[in-house]
Design a protein around this ligand. Sequence first.
Ligand code: SAH
Ligand code: SF4
Ligand code: F3S
Length: 489
Amino acid sequence: MSSSTGPILAGPGLAGSGIPAEGTAPGQPKATRKLLIRTWGCQMNVYDSGRMADILAPLGYAPTERPEEADMVILNTCHIREKASEKVFSDLGRLRETKKERAAEGRQTIIAVAGCVAQAEGAEITTRAPWVDIVLGPQTYHRLPEMVARASRAAGAVIETDFPAEDKFDHLPEVRAPQGPVAFLTIQEGCDKFCSFCVVPYTRGAEFSRPAAAIIAEARQLASNGAREIALLGQNVNAWAGDSPDGKNWRLARLLRELAEIPGVARLRYTTSHPRDMDDDLIAAHGEIPSLMPYLHLPVQSGSDKVLVAMNRGHKADLYFRLADRLREARPDLALTSDFIVGHPGETPADFDATMKLVERVGFAGAYSFKYSARPGTPAASQPFTVAETDKDSRLQTLQALLRQQQDDFNRACVGRVVDVLITGTGRHPGQVAGRSPWLQPVHASGAAPVGAVVPMKLQAANPNSLSATFLPENPTSDPLAHEESAAA
Ligand code: SAH
Ligand code: SF4
Ligand code: F3S
C-alpha cells in the first residue's frame, strides 16, 4: 500500500499521458494513425511520454485514449515498487485481446513497453508477453521512429535498452506540442546515489545534466506556447550541474535565476531534490527569486540515523532539521513535503519512533509514504532482518495518520489568505474555474478567468482534496499573458 497525503501532484502514481487530447501541432503532417500512451511512475515519465508523442507526430500519429482504435500503444512503466511493475503485465494481458480483435479486422497494432520496467527486464518482457513488439529503455526514445519502422516489418520484437553514448535530448524534436499553463521540463536524469532500496540508478543510469542553453531554449519555447508555470524535473534535480552559455558550469540556483527572467514564466518549481545537494545558493534562491514557488519536495525517507545509514542516504536526521530551518528562514511560507519508507530491513520500533519524531518536529504540508518493497538487484533486497508485513502495515497507518493530520492543518491554515491562483481550466461544477495555489493545492472558485491567468483569490475553505476560493471584488480577471480561451462562463 502506498499513499499520497500531500497537496502535491508530485511523486509516483498513475499519471496522465502527458500528451494533448486532440489535434496535430502546427507544421505536422495530417494524422493518419492513432497512438495511445499510458504512463505510470514519476513526472519524468510524464515528460518522456510527451516527448515520445512529439517524436511520433511527424509519422502521422495522433493521440487517442481508446485502445481499440490505437495503431500503436506505448506503456511507459515504473519499476520503483513491486506493485507498480506488476500493473504493466495485467495491462499487457488486456492489450493482447485488443490486438487479436484488431488483427481479425486486418489492422496492425504495435505494442511497446517503455520506461523503467523495460530497462530492468528487457527481453524478459517478450518472454512473458510475446505479443509485445518493442521494448525500449528511457535513454532510447529518440530512436523510436526507426524502431516503429522495424517493428512494422519484423517478425520478432525490437529491443533497445542500452544507455547509448549520444545524448537523447540532442535527438528529440526541438518543437514540443503546447503543454497548457503548467509544463514539465527535464533538466537532469539518472542517479549516482545508490540508496540501498532503489532501482533508479539501474533503470535510469548515471547522473547526467543537460546544458543550460538547451534548457533555457526549451523553457522559452514552452513559455511562448502558453506555459506560465514550469517544473524542472530530475531524479536528483538539485544535483544538476550543467555547462553554461558563458563556458562555465552552473548549479541549479544560477539556472533558476536565469529562467526567472524569461517573459511569461510566472512560476518555477523543481523536483525531486536530495537533502545532500541542497547547497547554500539554492537555499538563498528560495528567498530571492519571487517566481520560485514557496514549495519544496525534499524526501527524507526515515528519521532514524541508523536506518539512514543502512539506506545509504549519506545524511543524518540532523542535516534535514538544519535544512528545514534554513529554508524557512529564507522563505517563511515555504511548504515542505517529503517521501517516507517504513519497514526497511533492520528498522526497529525505536527507529520508526524516530521517524514519527522527525515528522512532528519538521511539520509537513504533505507527503508520500510507502511500505518498503524489496527490488531485485538492489543491496537492501539481500539484507537480513526483514520487517514483518503486519509491522509494516501498522507503521504505515500510524505515520499516515500523522501526515494526514499535518496536511489538514496546513490546508486549514491557508483559509482566509489572499493568494495568487494560476488558472488551469474549468472546475467540476458549471460556472467554476480550477487552478492551483503557490503550494500546489488544487483551488476552485465560481467565476470566469482566462486559462493561464494568475489571479489573486481569497481562500475560503479547506476541503479534503482542494481549497475553495472567491475572486476579489476588485479583481482584474484578465492577464495580458494569458491564453485567449476562457475557463468557465
Ligand atoms: N530521487 C528521489 C526518489 C525517487 S523514487 C529521492 O531521492 O528521494 C520516489 C520514492 O519512492 C522514494 O522517495 C521512496 O520513498 C520510494 N521508494 C523508492 N524505492 C522504494 C522501495 N524499494 N520500496 C518502497 N518505496 C520506495
Ligand atoms: Fe533512488 Fe536514492 Fe537516487 Fe533517489 S537518490 S533516485 S531514492 S537512489
Ligand atoms: Fe518509476 Fe522510473 Fe520514475 S522507476 S519513479 S518511472 S525513474
